[in-house]
Design a protein around this ligand. Sequence first.
Ligand code: C5P
Length: 201
Amino acid sequence: MPFTVAIDGPAAAGKGTISRAVAAHFGFRHLDTGLLYRATGARVIAGEEPLAAAQALVPEDLDRQGLRTAAVADAASKVAAIPEVRAALLAFQRQFARLGAGAVLDGRDIGTVVCPEAEVKLFVTASPEIRARRRFDELRADGDDTDFETVLADVRARDDRDAGRADAPMRAAEDAVVIDTTELDIDAAVARAVEAVSARY
Ligand code: C5P
């Protein structure tokens, strides 16, 4: 099994940026597993049944436009609560971890379910308010005139659904290094992640 880095945590905590930076630093491949759930959610919005949608995914689905919207995120976290959907997406994620010199997978259950044997596990988190603020600023920059309270309510609803589901709930693995980015800028957070990987690699 190649060297595996599992990075979990809630939305907008900095997980994606940290994952890409760690992968680039060590020359590892990177899989954003949220895209699998988002692509499944997008197919459900288009009228497919959740399990059939997950089973029908092809790599091109992950490159589709429109997967980053709030509506798709919401659909993603709903399909993600269905055990059969999670099971259908598991083999692809484990296969990804098996290829190449090393792999970074980021999501909600990588360190606990998908790759419990990962050499390094990180749990990247931050307060709901600061995560909502970051998301709000991004949306505003993109010309979306949503208000902060709506974004905060969305963040909390998705956290509750992801942490509260029975199958593979979002949580830090017991052996995860927790990186709280509430008061940490992204460069400092990346440095901490690189340091944690360097200690084992
Ligand atoms: O990380 P991202 O915001 O793209 O994830 C979208 C949704 O997909 C999450 O809210 C969660 O419900 C689901 N997800 C999951 N397990 C993963 C990755 C994402 O349940 N490993």
